[in-house]
Design a protein around this ligand. Sequence first.
Ligand code: C5P
Length: 295
Amino acid sequence: MTQPQTKSPDKQAVRETAPAKINLALHVTGQRNDGYHLLDMLVTFARHGDVVTVTQSAEDSFTISGRFGAGLSADQDNLVIAARDGLADLMTQAGRTATPVHIHLEKNLPVASGIGGGSADAAATLRALMRLWDFVPRQADLDKLALSLGADVPMCLTGRPAFVRGIGEDIEAVDLPKFNIILINPQRPVSTPAVFRALETKTNPPLPERLASDWLSYFANARNDLQAPAIQLEPLIDAALQALEASGATLARMSGSGATCFGIYPNEKSADAAFALLEGDHPDWYLLRTETISP
Ligand code: C5P
C-alpha cells in the first residue's frame, strides 16, 4: 500500500519585479518650504529590474542577492523593511494580523543611480505583500504610505508611464510607445540631496505643452534639470552621455539625479549594435540593453 503523502506547509511565494524607472524628462519648477523640490516629469519603466519575492515564514526575515546585492545591507533602514512594516501597520489598523514573511531581494540594478532603486524595491514589496496577505488598504492610506517611503515610490507603485508632478505624488498615466534603449552607468553612486543642493536655479520652466508631434521630438524639447549639477559632481556622467551619442542614440539623457543615463535608439538593430560597441569600449561601466514598457 502506498503511504499517504504528507502535505507540505503552504509555501506560496509571490514574486514582483521592481523595474528600472527612467525619467525621460525632469524639470525642477520650484521648492516647497520643507526643502523638497517641485518637479514636472515624464517617467517610464524598463522591462528589466530588481526582483522581490515574499514567502510565508515562521518569523520575519530579509535576504539580498544579485549583482549589486553586496552594496546593500539587509538591516532596518532598508526601504523594503520600512514598506513591510508600514503595510503591516495599516493591516493592524484594519483589524487584521500581518503574518511573518521572508522577503528576498534580487538586486540586479546599480544602487543610488537615478533609476528608482530602493523606491522601486519598496513599491514591489508593497505589491507583493498586498497579494500574499490578501490585503488592499484604502487608496488614500496606501498613497500616504508610499509617499512617506520616498518621493519616487508612488510612481513606482503605479509602474506605468506617466506625467508626474508635485514632489512625486501627482500622477497622470500616459500611453507611451516602446523604446529601444541602453542604460549606462559609470559605476559611481551619486547622492540625490547633493545634486539638488548643487542645482543653481530652482524655478525652471515646466514641461513643454505636447502638441501633435511625435514623442521623440517632444523629449528633445524637454530637459533633465539635474543633469548639469550632477555632471559638476561626477564628470563621468558627461562621458557616459557622449558615449551614448557617439554610438548612434537619437536622444541621450541622464535619469533622475544620476548617474545612470539612457540612450534611445531608432530600432532594435541599432540598439544591439550600439550595445556591442559600448560594452567593448567600457568594460568597467554598467550597461543594460533593454526596452521601455508600453501598455
Ligand atoms: O524622497 P526621497 O527620500 O527619495 O528623496 C531623497 C532626497 O532627495 C530628499 O531628502 C531631498 O533632499 C531630495 N528630494 C527633493 N525633492 C524631491 C525629491 C527628493 O529635494 N522632489
